[in-house]
Design a protein around this ligand. Sequence first.
Ligand SMILES: [Zn+2]
Length: 438
Amino acid sequence: MLRCGLIWSILLVLATTAVAQDSGWKAGFARVVITPEQPMWMSGYGGRTHASEGKVHDLYARAAALQDASGKRVVMVSLDLVGVPKVMSERVSAAAKAKHKLERADLMFCCSHTHCGPALDQSLTHMLDMKDEDWQQVMANQKWLDARVTEAIDTAMADLKPARLATGIGNCGFASNRRAPIGTGPIDHEVPVLRVLSADGTQVRGVIFGYACHNTVLGFYQWCGDYAGFAQLYLEERHPGATALFFSGCGADQNPLPRRKVELAEQYGRMLALSVDKVLATEMSPVSGAVTTRFREIPLEFNTIPSRDELLKTAESADRYQRTRAKLFLKDIDAGKPLTPTYPYPVQVWRLGNVNWVALGGEVVVDYSLRLKQELGAGKTWVTGYANDVMAYIPSERVLTEGGYEGDTSMIVYMQPSKWKAGLEDQIVKTVQELAKP
Ligand SMILES: [Zn+2]
């Protein structure tokens, strides 16, 4: 009798555990190489003078498809690229809607902001001193990239299988605030982690993780995912069969310091991968409930719009970037496309279990993640920058007032008409608050 009772107790515990772990989630993953097949111009630094020369490792588009118990599906895409061109996220979203009925809000396009990836079809590319045939190559490569990203989404959707999801937060210390005086400003060293295990819990199938720091260890002529590229590869090596997807946090004013050596990119990648592994080894919070998605474009205002006369003057400037921007605007105006006083800025919020996952466009400074974590709840708020469209830097009110590169002058290389108008921080945060409401 006693033994029988014991067996029943064990069976009951096992059954309860099985029920508790079967939350109805499914997950699928994909990894597709996006290293350009020919040498071509690289993006991130305007001072480069010629095309790429070989690679440190391959660049990838990775996709994670998640499906909750109700059948709602979402796909997060992680790209070893300097940005996410708006044209790219729109074209790939249209294909995903036609094939998989995924709405725009159900897709999150993230990038590492590596400065050793290819030039893209976006405004930042205008800072490169390229010839017409180089531009044609960039445009052709963009079409190829769009197709590769679509392929990654299709493959991840086809891979959907029962899975166990859990979240946790780690810590990694190599990011420094890069605004003067260097190393003294605010930082965000948190490493949010989503772990996806096989249904039986024996295999790590995927890991999504983020960090708020520029991928600017390297700025040479070889393809490389920088520290994030190394971190993803280390995690995939350590967990055979798993796909590791990185997203950039609000690291626009954060640099990995010191830098400029491949060994340093490897070292920071190892540090970040170890932080993620440490979280994977702890007791993580299982994701229960559903996934909800919201996406909105809000009109962010520019401070001033230059007149045609001002542009004609600037078109003669000794500064190459100023000159290029003025000529670009004049060309648009003459083609009947006047400068617009606002930019459609993308704000997205996914609710995943008890986590609010905020994805903001542009190069977002760290003040945003610190404020949003405070307002939406520490430990359950993730903030991704560089998401869905990377059109400019997004300074906080503090950084906008202080000025400098992130607050003002970077708008020139991004080919935007002026700095942002005061008030953008509250406008963005208010939108996030609205989208995060249950
Ligand atoms: Zn940047």
